[in-house]
Design a protein around this ligand. Structure first.
Ligand code: PLP
Length: 372
């Protein structure tokens, strides 16, 4: 496989290969459905499905029975709506900016209403059209990021124009600490959600993101909304990751050399060899989402052998210390693993001082994408 990849690589101009396993994605979705049952499970496909391609990801998940898809920005919904069957509900987490209402209603996109201004604008749009428009209502249960306060909920419930014009289809909120089961904040947010939901009998409720799915049945309500776990990221920190990896990233060697002791490597000469060293330069850099924070910290792997990053990650390339491999193994076009069986997304994220979400969403546009 490595040889095959190397050949197709060279034919494709020498950038890395991002392999996305849609079968693993589907199995992760099924696992989340089993865990959240009897709740339904939506998919969060914002930021181009965490960098993996919202169109193909959504199509695969629709085939698995997913009927609710969340993006963050309206522009993402504009792109995704035509590729989704009409039966799929497409919701915009950040809600609509003033002026987007007519376009959203034309497209059949469902906004999440986060404030009274958005509520009024959507109700006005419905009045103008002479129809009832659907919406999700978000409550701020303690994260202080988005959503109506309990006082706002009281005014909305008193608003007869809103009641006539808008058909709420979902009451939702977002957990601040779902990835940390020991955190007491989640129970507090759950209590607020239950209290607010009591004012909306029969209205489906959604609270759980990926971490929330693993917090137990109280958090599931009618609809869970996982993102990262579908893509293979760990839903809960500090625990073995129950999800299957979806992403593999391989980067080709573009040059290999052996240098003597005392040789400086890369920008700033921050890495200096202490003995004769085999170096390999790879065709991927921070413009490809390989964090510059991995300079002289992270590693790539070749058939399970760790190749530490030597010096600074450049924009389009990086250099590894390949001394652990015999001479001649790494040659022009040889593929080296950045994320895969030897190194998880979580490991890369930890080395870079960030989270798997940021690694995925910053992968950049230069990879050759292979969907399997
Ligand atoms: C991003 C997001 C999610 C998905 O979160 P994950 O941690 O990736 O599962 C769910 N709900 C809201 C409101 C979000 O912003």
């Amino acid at each position: 496989m490595n040889d095959y990849r190397a050949k197709t690589m060279l034919a494709d101009g020498g950038c890395g290969v991002l392999t996305i396993d849609l079968g693993a994605l589907a199995r992760n979705y099924r696992k989340l459905k089993e865990t959240a049952a009897p709740a339904s499970v939506a998919a969060v496909v914002k930021a181009d499905a965490y960098g993996l391609g919202a169109g193909l990801v959504s199509e695969r998940l629709y085939a698995e029975g997913c009927r609710h898809f969340f993006v963050a920005h309206f522009v993402e919904a504009v792109r995704l709506r035509p590729t989704l069957p009409v039966e799929a509900t497409l919701l915009v987490l950040n809600g609509l900016m003033p002026g987007e209402e007519e376009h959203a209603a034309d497209l059949g996109v469902t906004p999440v209403i986060n404030c009274l201004e958005q509520a009024a604008a959507w109700a006005t749009e419905a009045k103008v059209r002479g129809t009832r428009l659907k919406a999700a209502i978000q409550i701020d249960t303690g994260m202080s990021r988005l959503g109506l306060s309990e006082a706002d909920v009281a005014s909305l419930r008193a608003d007869s124009l809103f009641a006539e014009a808008v058909e709420p289809i979902l009451l939702m909120s977002h957990l601040a600490c779902a990835d940390t089961p020991a955190a007491p904040a989640s129970a507090g947010q759950l209590a607020v959600m239950q209290r607010v939901a009591a004012h909306f009998p029969g209205l489906p409720v959604s609270l759980a993101n990926s971490g929330g799915v693993f917090l137990g049945g109280d958090f599931h309500f009618a609809l869970a909304r996982p993102g990262i776990a579908v893509y293979g990221g760990a839903p809960v920190s500090d625990l073995a990751n129950p999800m299957e990896p979806v992403v593999r990233i391989d980067i080709p060697v573009i040059q290999a050399r052996t240098v003597p002791a005392g040789t400086a490597v890369g920008y700033g000469g921050t890495f200096v060899t202490t003995g004769e060293t085999r170096l390999a330069t790879l065709s991927g850099g921070y413009a490809d989402g390989i964090p510059r924070h991995l300079s002289s910290r992270g590693a790539l792997y070749y058939q399970g052998v760790r190749l530490p990053i030597a010096g600074r990650v450049s924009m389009d390339s990086l250099t590894v210390d390949a001394s652990a491999l015999p001479e001649g193994v790494l040659r022009l076009g040889t593929m080296v693993e950045f994320v895969g069986p030897s190194q998880s997304l979580e490991q890369v994220a930890a080395d870079a001082g960030t989270i798997s979400y940021e690694i995925l969403t910053r992968l950049g546009r230069r990879y050759r994408r292979v969907y399997i």
